[in-house]
Design a protein around this ligand. Sequence first.
Ligand SMILES: *[C@@H]1O[C@H](CO)[C@@H](O)[C@H](O)[C@H]1NC(C)=O
Ligand SMILES: *[C@@H]1O[C@H](CO)[C@@H](O)[C@H](O)[C@H]1NC(C)=O
Ligand SMILES: *[C@@H]1O[C@H](CO)[C@@H](O)[C@H](O)[C@H]1NC(C)=O
Ligand SMILES: *[C@@H]1O[C@H](CO)[C@@H](O)[C@H](O)[C@H]1NC(C)=O
Ligand SMILES: *[C@@H]1O[C@H](CO)[C@@H](O)[C@H](O)[C@H]1NC(C)=O
Ligand SMILES: *[C@@H]1O[C@H](CO)[C@@H](O)[C@H](O)[C@H]1NC(C)=O
Ligand SMILES: *[C@@H]1O[C@H](CO)[C@@H](O)[C@H](O)[C@H]1NC(C)=O
Ligand SMILES: *[C@@H]1O[C@H](CO)[C@@H](O)[C@H](O)[C@H]1NC(C)=O
Ligand SMILES: CC(=O)N[C@H]1CO[C@H](CO)[C@@H](O)[C@@H]1O
Length: 512
Amino acid sequence: MERQRSFSFKPSRLLVFSFTIFSSILFLSTFTTWLTNYAPSIHQQIHLHFNTSSSSTSTTNTSSSSSSSSSDVGDGDSVALPPLFVHSLTKNFTVSDAKISALIDNRLARTQKSFSGSKSEPVRHHVGASNVNFTAMREYETSPERVPSNEQKKIVALDGNTQVPFLKKIEQKGVEGCDLTKGYWVFDESYALYSKYSCPFIDEGFDCVGNGRLDREYSKWRWQPKDCDIPRFNATKMLELIRGKRLVFVGDSINRNQWESMLCMLLGGIKDPSRVYETRGRKITKEKGNYSFRFLDYQCTVEYYVSHFLVHESKARIGQKRRPTLRIDAIDHGSSRWRGADVLVFNTAHWWSHYKTKAGIYYYQEGNLVHPQLNVSTAFRKALTTWSSWVDKHINHRKTRVFFRSSAPSHFSGGDWNSGGHCTEATLPLNETLLSTTYPEKNMIVEQIIKQMKTPVTLLNITSLSAYRIDGHPSIYGRKTRSSRIQDCSHWCLPGVPDTWNELLYFHLQSR
Ligand SMILES: *[C@@H]1O[C@H](CO)[C@@H](O)[C@H](O)[C@H]1NC(C)=O
Ligand SMILES: *[C@@H]1O[C@H](CO)[C@@H](O)[C@H](O)[C@H]1NC(C)=O
Ligand SMILES: *[C@@H]1O[C@H](CO)[C@@H](O)[C@H](O)[C@H]1NC(C)=O
Ligand SMILES: *[C@@H]1O[C@H](CO)[C@@H](O)[C@H](O)[C@H]1NC(C)=O
Ligand SMILES: *[C@@H]1O[C@H](CO)[C@@H](O)[C@H](O)[C@H]1NC(C)=O
Ligand SMILES: *[C@@H]1O[C@H](CO)[C@@H](O)[C@H](O)[C@H]1NC(C)=O
Ligand SMILES: *[C@@H]1O[C@H](CO)[C@@H](O)[C@H](O)[C@H]1NC(C)=O
Ligand SMILES: *[C@@H]1O[C@H](CO)[C@@H](O)[C@H](O)[C@H]1NC(C)=O
Ligand SMILES: CC(=O)N[C@H]1CO[C@H](CO)[C@@H](O)[C@@H]1O
């Protein structure tokens, strides 16, 4: 009875029925139009990937990437460099979750092959034309939370030859007293944590993909400490940790690098990106050094203040002229904006160079005295002492967690940053034997000063682990208009190495 009644076509039901049909059609056609509009970028993507693989033939010569370049990439489907979104943006398009997991499996299997170095026959896959659920793919691509299960992950050792199935569940090994700085980089297909396409905050200098860099391996290495595991970054958890708080980065452009990475990583935990904005509507550029991004859903801000030296850049009359000096006895005047932060991440290092400090000649100033000459180490120590006194005086360590990030290594070979130094040929991390073993003196000074402070300061000791990552710099991909004469082997592509620094920061914040 009931059933019969429900199937009878009353006029009102007919109306509802036709309306449903109509809106479905409307939705479908809108959707189709939308997809059609996406088409140009699809082709560009596929084109890029085609070039990627062929270019790796000529530029890399390692066991891992040469094997990938031997594979057939004729259908535009990338073998070694597989960001998922490439496959997802196809015009013909049905929705099926089963196909997605098949695609991911497939993709992982292929990548494993390409990195095992044992594959000799060309691989011919037509995954590029697969039909996928776009929503699901985007989520996979952009959200750090969506990880393929552990069974699907593989570890590839640095040399690319040994391959260890990663079958065990990630169990948190004991982290008490674990030295996070000792370990190795493992190739992990489930990284990067975000992409250029999911994060609008990457500025030109770090946007290697946007500037034409074709290889992607550099964004897929995960730092594995020898004696413990660090948890994968969980954006939701991190946002919970800083709910209602101010997370503030203060330092040079390498800290801006890390800050932008943090913005991108956190965005993975936000459903509506329009609820993340710069409080004064500023766009990130190299020049302005003053940003505060608000995450409305968590009532927190993630801020960056430029300060090359942490102390005050000033001017003084020397002879006839007013010349720039550095007040190593006075904190940066921007410091009023650092106060009241809940998490502070400082750094300074790169600007303390012969070149940028006028060789220390009539540059460093204390009170009215401009030192005729002072060596960098002495000046650096004095400046950091000024910084440490400021922190001890103005920071309430019960409210604020203070970090100091150790210096990040540069990788110029054949010259310096301003004399033809380069790093563009590197697409894989350095092998242990090639690491420079000299530990920077500035880090030792930082360490000594932190030890004497009243305020507990956590050293984010990223120097040694980053030293492997010669492959992580923008090199010639630090700007849209490429010039091979000046390369950037100091900053880092995003996504990339600074994401790891932030995972360490997350680890420290979380495990208090
Ligand atoms: C690549 O490596 C092979 C063997 O290691 C070597 O013979 C060849 O010269 C290298 N090619 C380039 C371009 O470096
Ligand atoms: C889907 O697209 C692929 C490649 O673009 C093509 O080979 C295939 O025929 C298309 N299928 C349909 C049903 O349009
Ligand atoms: C597509 O994927 C999303 C995310 O997993 C899911 O919510 C949605 O139901 C899927 N759509 C269909 C029609 O399966
Ligand atoms: C991330 O953290 C949130 C909140 O604690 C939790 O619900 C979620 O399961 C976590 N995601 C992963 C992948 O662990
Ligand atoms: C590092 O490189 C050297 C020389 O190329 C090689 O002999 C050594 O096996 C490599 N070590 C590792 C851990 O790959
Ligand atoms: C940072 O890590 C490196 C590598 O383990 C170590 O040699 C150095 O002493 C550490 N520095 C500090 C201040 O802990
Ligand atoms: C940062 O912003 C404040 C307030 O808008 C301004 O007074 C200050 O000069 C800015 N500092 C820099 C380095 O842009
Ligand atoms: C800098 O000066 C100090 C004290 O005069 C001296 O001990 C140190 O060796 C000097 N460092 C350099 C790099 O010249
Ligand atoms: C940017 C770039 O290298 N583009 C090349 C991609 O590959 C095609 C065909 O191999 C070349 O014609 C493009 O110049």
